[in-house]
Design a protein around this ligand. Structure first.
Ligand code: SF4
Ligand code: SF4
Length: 111
């Protein structure tokens, strides 16, 4: 027992202080996808998204591209398929929310 205690004290703290101190995800981490204003509303990302969490809506001459983080599996296929560099996975991983609506991101375009 004393030996275990001695080794533990010698090793020191091996965990991070997250969430008190922000923990940065490593390079190449597949986190929250974000859509930028480079989007041309071509729809290619919609066709390749395995769980179908990207969709178009049209209303009053305005086209909206929406993405829900609820069902996103962070596969990165949308980023690969976008020929305009308009959708990118980021290093952001904090997605806790009280409502599903808060987990939807959208970008709008005039038709
Ligand atoms: S994010 Fe890229 S692939 Fe998706 S609709 Fe916009 S331009 Fe097309
Ligand atoms: S990362 Fe995968 S699951 Fe998430 S929106 Fe893109 S294609 Fe869909």
């Amino acid at each position: 027992m004393l030996e275990i205690l001695r080794k533990t004290i010698k090793a020191g703290c091996q965990t991070t202080k997250y969430p008190a101190v922000p923990d940065i995800a490593p390079e190449g981490f597949r986190g929250k996808p974000e859509i930028s204003d480079k989007c041309t509303f071509c729809g290619d990302c919609i066709k390749v998204c395995p769980p179908g969490v990207i969709w178009f809506t049209e209303k009053s001459g305005e086209k909206t591209l929406s993405l829900s983080y609820c069902g996103c599996i962070f596969c990165g296929r949308c980023e690969e398929a976008c020929g305009y560099g308009a959708i990118k996975l980021t290093q952001e991983y904090e997605l806790a929310s009280k409502t599903k609506e808060d987990l939807i991101t959208s970008i709008r375009s005039k038709l």
